[in-house]
Design a protein around this ligand. Structure first.
Ligand code: NI
Length: 169
């Protein structure tokens, strides 16, 4: 089931999410819904807070569903090592219509669990590293906007406030 994606301004997007101790039917359904919602958007990643659930769950597919073998579902993801920096244009399904240059580590090591509770260890670079960092930020109540200079952030926030006033957000 496709769920509505919350936009900038929703309190769930600014909330620290809770770890998942046990994966039950509700969380399985949530993960499936998140995949459907991400592919339909379309997007390459989605975090549970974006559909209003403050649990540490993310889904990723940097191919956007174009190729098999890229789909990732991870609970309690954590960046345990990082190296280098990369800068690229980044957007977010919760901030539709905007993008900005964001600096991220170029290589990371991520730990977490799959839906069976098995520990996962993933080395990621390039776009996948960027997507992981972006989605994990969501679990900590952060948007990529928080990583921009005050000047750039305020410019986007001003435009969003205008859209909100016009009833277009
Ligand atoms: Ni996002």
């Amino acid at each position: 089931m496709i769920r509505p994606i919350l936009k900038y301004g929703a309190p769930e997007l600014q909330t620290q999410s809770t770890s998942i101790d046990r994966v039950d039917e509700e969380i399985r359904t949530l993960a499936q819904d998140m995949l459907e919602t991400m592919y339909a958007a379309p997007g390459i990643g989605l975090a549970a807070p974006q559909v209003g659930v403050n649990l540490r769950l993310i889904v990723l597919d940097i191919s956007g569903g174009e190729e098999t073998g890229h789909q990732l579902i991870l609970t309690n993801p954590e960046v345990t090592e990082q190296e280098g920096t990369q800068e690229a244009e980044e957007g977010c399904l919760s901030v539709p219509g905007f993008t900005a240059l964001v600096e991220r580590p170029s290589r990371i090591h991520v730990t977490g669990q799959d839906l069976e509770g098995n520990p996962q260890e993933i080395d990621a670079e390039g776009l996948l590293a960027r997507a992981f960092c972006h989605e994990i930020d969501h679990l900590d109540g952060m948007l990529y906007l928080n990583r921009l200079s005050v000047l750039k952030r305020d410019l986007i926030k001003r435009k969003i406030r205008k859209l909100i006033r016009a009833g277009e957000w």
